[in-house]
Each structure stands twice: as C-alpha cells, then as structure tokens.
Design a binder for this molecule. Sequence first.
Ligand SMILES: [Fe+2]
Ligand SMILES: [Fe+2]
Length: 414
Amino acid sequence: MKLAILGGSFNPVHNGHLHLAEMVRTAFSYDRIILIPAYRSPFKLGAGGPSPADRLDMLSASVTGIPWIGIDDCEIRREGVSFTIDTIDYIYDRYRPGAKPGLILGDDLAANFFQWRRASEIAEKTDIIIARRTKHEKIDFPYPYRDLNNTRLDISSNMIRELIQGRSAWRFLVPPSVRRIIEAGRLYGCQEDAVEPDVQAAEGGARGEGASEPAPCGSSGHPSWETIVRIEEEVRNTLSQPRFLHSRNTALLSWDLCGRYGLDRQAGYLAGIGHDICKSCSDDKLVALALADGQRMSKLEKKKPSLLHGRAAAVLLKQRFGIHNNDILEAVRLHTIGGVNMGDLGKVLYIADKLEVSRRDVDPVLRELCSSAGLEELFAAVLDNTVAYLRSQDTDISYGTIRLLAAMQKRKKS
Ligand SMILES: [Fe+2]
Ligand SMILES: [Fe+2]
C-alpha cells in the first residue's frame, strides 16, 4: 500500500484540498491519500471557530464514496498541539505502509519546516512532496523532496471563512455536502437568510424528497456507486463519529483486501460501509428488523440483542437500499459471529472489521499478516485471536462462532 498524508486544519475543507490530493495521487501513483485534521496546529494556536468534531464531520462528508481517500482522526483523539512526527509514528504503527509514506506540504509551510518538532526525523521517515500554493519557482528546502509542479487553485480556508462572514459568494468553493453542513450548523457566521433554498431544492434530486431511487442490484449484481453514496450518507448521519470512521475504515480495508484476493471491490466497500448501519438502533428495532430475515433468535441473541445488529443491517440494506447481492448480505449478516460456510467476502469483512486502522489493541502480528497473508491464513488468525479474546473476557460465545472455529481447526488438520 503506497500512501501519502495530507494534514491541515481543514477549517473548512475546500475543493483546493481535494484537488491537491488528487494531483498528488495521479502524479506519484499513490494508492491512498490520508487526510488528517489537526486538533490544534502548532502554528495556529487558539484558532477558535468550529469544533474539531465539526471540522471532522465536514471532512468525512467531503469524501463520501471515494475509496482512495482516507480520513484519520488520530490528531483529534490525541488532543493538545498536533505534532507531525507523532502522526508519522502512528501511521507506521497502524497502516504498516510498504514504502515510506508521502508527506504533502504546501510551499508556504515548507519555508518554516526546519522549526517543526524533529524535522530531520520527519524528513528521514517520509517522502516529502512540496505543492505550490504561493510560488512558481523552486523553493530553497534543506531536505530531499519532490516538487509537485501543480497548477494552483487560489482557494484557502481563510478566504472562505471571510467570504461567509462578509456574505459574499463562497458556496461553490466547497463540496455540496460541506456547504450543507456549514449552512445547517450556521458555521463561520453563516446567516440564516444567506441560505439559498433554490440551490438546496435543485440538489434535493440527489438526496432529498423526490429523489429517484437508484436501481436495485440483483442477487449477484453489482451495487451502483450512487447506492453506496446513499448508504454512506445514512451511516454518517446516524452513527457517532467514531463508529462512522470505523465503518469507513472497514470499507477501505475491505476494498483493499478484495482487490488483493480478486474479489469485487465495490461489493467489499458496500459491505464495509453498511455492516454497522444498525449499531445505534434500540433493542426492539434490532429484534424487529432481524426477525424479518425469517430466522429464529438464538438463546444468546435473546439475551444480548446487540448481537443482532448484523442480521438487522442485512435486512435494512435489502429493504431500504434495494441490495439483493447475496454475498454482500451474507457478509453483513455474519460479520459479528461468522458462519461455517461463509464465503470469501464474508471472511474479508470479518477481517476488515477487526483489523481496520482505528481499532486499538490489535495484535501487531495480525497487522503485519494483514498486509501479506493469503485469505484463509489471515481469516483463521483473526478468528483464533477473536475467540481467545472473548474467552479471556469470559464472554459468551455464540454457537455459530464455536462451530466455525471447530470447522476451521478440522480443515487445518486435514
Ligand atoms: Fe458490528
Ligand atoms: Fe464493525
């Protein structure tokens, strides 16, 4: 996995940020660009304005359905002043990049790079990429770097904040989803009478009342990206931020693993983004949804209805979003407990759910295996690890998981 990091305040994220990410990816063939919002930049102390949660929400909304962009909230979770070297160490630990990660800097930041904490260590651990924001000529920089030689989009977050406050035109400098969050939250002093109902109505076709339903996918069919985007929006709007990021990271890892194992990546992304869609439902709602699949409830499910969130999600994806692809529905249904005859997509989702980058306390051996092992080996290792953890916690283990474990062990011996 070849990845590059783009950090910043993203206050707010705008089209210039996303354009820069795409230029870097295209110019240097990265698999993924990770956007990392700072909790507090060392150079912008006391910036005020929207909360880190608001900035993160806008950032998440801006990349809906884009599998080559990741969002990582590590600096927000760390709180305090965000130092890049801490983030680089975190990236090595969680992402296990096969090569040095790229670090994207604007030429305005590059001038003061020598003042950054442990600057030479950052330069050693990353491939620095300098993008032009202010200058056209090459800059004087004391460490090795690659020049992006990009076209400049003359947009900045500061400019957008001022335009909003001054009631000037700003709406088309940010993705529509970001604009909606700014307007709904009255961020940056956005005034109620400045919200344009006509623009909202025009865009309602994509998500609001009167929106045409995307075509459902058949039992082995390919889900459309339009459907995936609708599901991702629903997940972002209904789950807490950490749960949403978990779902998105699961989708990205599932996408990567499907690519490696020759499976349908789009199906992998959908299963990942939708697998916990019912996580915030009440127990009653979970039971009602789950029973619609025609199966009975086990003793353990009756005792602990939260275990039904996979079954409930499979029903919801079918009923509300027209997903009929059996591989996707089975993967989502079985992601908590597994099943003896689960298919390859089910195994991928099970692995991705347990090993995605925001999961803490993942065994480093599993993280390492995740970037190199075959599907069967990796799945067996993750299953063993999960069962061992549940036993150490004295947690009830479902009959389905025990049968799966026995079947895997029998397969290993034969
Ligand atoms: Fe789950
Ligand atoms: Fe999950």
